[in-house]
Design a protein around this ligand. Structure first.
Ligand SMILES: C[S@@+](CC[C@H](N)C(=O)[O-])C[C@H]1O[C@@H](n2cnc3c(N)ncnc32)[C@H](O)[C@@H]1O
Length: 166
């Protein structure tokens, strides 16, 4: 399984998990999108239907800043764009915030949902807080795992409704 990173060099290099993946040779730098493009602005939601794309062509993470992400940084990248369903960041910068995942967390979530749990856990070991993300989202990740897009959207709607009712 191939992991690619498009790096816009917008974040503190010391905290950047995209750079870390490349440095550890767990991902390859690219300028063109390949396979699944992790794009929080996408209308399509990642699901088990995307597993073939992962296997054949891999996954591309777009490492930009959450402070000022430009939609063009995503739009200009060719490939199969997918957003992740609601999940909460476990990293120290955005802890507890919905949807604002780090590059590494987005990769772990993708692998988990596509039923590659062992791979997701392997990646969680490269940072101190990696396991926190999995623990924090365990119930959600298990609910989304191996499900198709419609099922995932339905689960997500129910979760959001529950949060709003609180
Ligand atoms: C905005 S960058 C932040 C990069 C930061 N330097 C780091 O180390 O995490 C995180 C990237 O992970 C992916 N990502 C994060 N949350 C996502 C979500 N909810 N849906 C889809 N992709 C997401 C996207 O490729 C996104 O651009």
């Amino acid at each position: 399984m191939k992991v690619y990173v498009i790096d816009y060099h917008k974040d503190d290099p010391k905290k950047c998990t995209g750079k870390k993946l490349v440095k550890l040779k767990l991902a390859e730098l690219t300028r063109v999108g390949k396979g699944i493009i992790l794009d929080p602005f996408s209308e399509r939601t990642l699901s088990i239907n995307d597993k073939d794309i992962l296997i054949k062509s891999g996954i591309t993470i777009i490492d930009t800043s959450w402070n000022n992400p430009s939609q063009n940084e995503f739009k200009n990248v060719r490939g199969e764009h997918r957003r992740l369903p609601i999940l909460f960041a476990g990293n120290p910068v955005h802890y507890g915030i919905a949807y604002k995942l780090s590059s590494l967390e987005a990769l772990m979530a993708t692998l988990y949902i596509l039923d590659e749990v062992d791979e997701a856990i392997k990646f969680s070991n490269i940072v101190k807080w990696g396991h926190t993300f999995i623990e924090l989202n365990k119930e959600l990740l298990e609910a989304y795992r191996n499900k198709d897009e419609e099922e995932i959207k339905k689960i997500e709607e129910e979760i959001i409704e529950k949060i709003l009712r609180k």
